[in-house]
Design a protein around this ligand. Sequence first.
Ligand SMILES: NC(=O)c1ccc[n+]([C@@H]2O[C@H](COP(=O)([O-])OP(=O)(O)OC[C@H]3O[C@@H](n4cnc5c(N)ncnc54)[C@H](O)[C@@H]3O)[C@@H](O)[C@H]2O)c1
Length: 254
Amino acid sequence: MARLSGKIAIVTGGARGIGRHYSQALAAEGARVVIADVADGKDLAAEIAGRHGAAAALSIKFDVTDEQAFKDLVAQTVERFGQIDVLVNNAAYYSTLKPRNFDEWDIDTWDRVMAVNVRGSYLMVRHVAPHMIARKSGKIINIASGAAYKGVPRMLPYVTSKGAILAFTRSLSRELGAHGIAVNSLSPGYILSDTGLENSVHVEEERVPVRNSRAFKRDAYPEDLLGTLVFLASNDSDFITGQSIVVDGGAVNN
Ligand SMILES: NC(=O)c1ccc[n+]([C@@H]2O[C@H](COP(=O)([O-])OP(=O)(O)OC[C@H]3O[C@@H](n4cnc5c(N)ncnc54)[C@H](O)[C@@H]3O)[C@@H](O)[C@H]2O)c1
């Protein structure tokens, strides 16, 4: 049987980039997936529905910086599917962020990175957790980054935000454990996603040095993350919480 059969999952930023692959992978394991993204996820939802059945996916236009939007997203999910089992906090201000030196960041950009990457994840939990608490179960997967372990240069607000996600995960797991909810983070290394490849600056600055820093000396793709994501979403990981799993071909020693 599929490992996520009967589960309902929300994937923020689930329409594009790596999130698109997360949405597809969760659906392939039997979950019904809510694709919550500022980008349009209708075509992806239709593709998933075509492959796994009409109820397999729902696309909701959603901006993690809009406080009202959380209420609507969760209300629509619960109305349509009745419950929430898995939350993947994946939306981020990342691939369109232009790298620069530490003293060149303007404050608006700094605040925007924090608002999307950190506050957005927090507000998702605020709105989703009550539904998990009521059923005494749930899996929250926060997408962090290997960059927070390595200390990658020229991406200071981004790397800082992902360090916050690691700490957020640890603390939150302590509060939600009593309610039977697992909180873990998945930290990818540098991934050649379709959105990442559109940003030539990241590719030029990172691709070769990152490849050379790995134990497995090859490029990484969204597919490399999917086994770990499904594991963290499934009952196979039921006694794991507060952890960060680094999936980067051995570039950092966790
Ligand atoms: N690509 C990498 O190399 C890499 C490495 C480590 C970690 N990550 C993390 O993995 C996740 C996905 O990475 P990606 O490369 O696909 O990033 P991306 O920037 O290409 O995509 C992020 C997704 O979030 C959505 N999004 C952006 N702002 C939003 C908002 N305000 N509200 C709702 N959705 C919003 C985008 O539309 C997109 O679907 C991110 O959390 C990123 O930080 C990526």
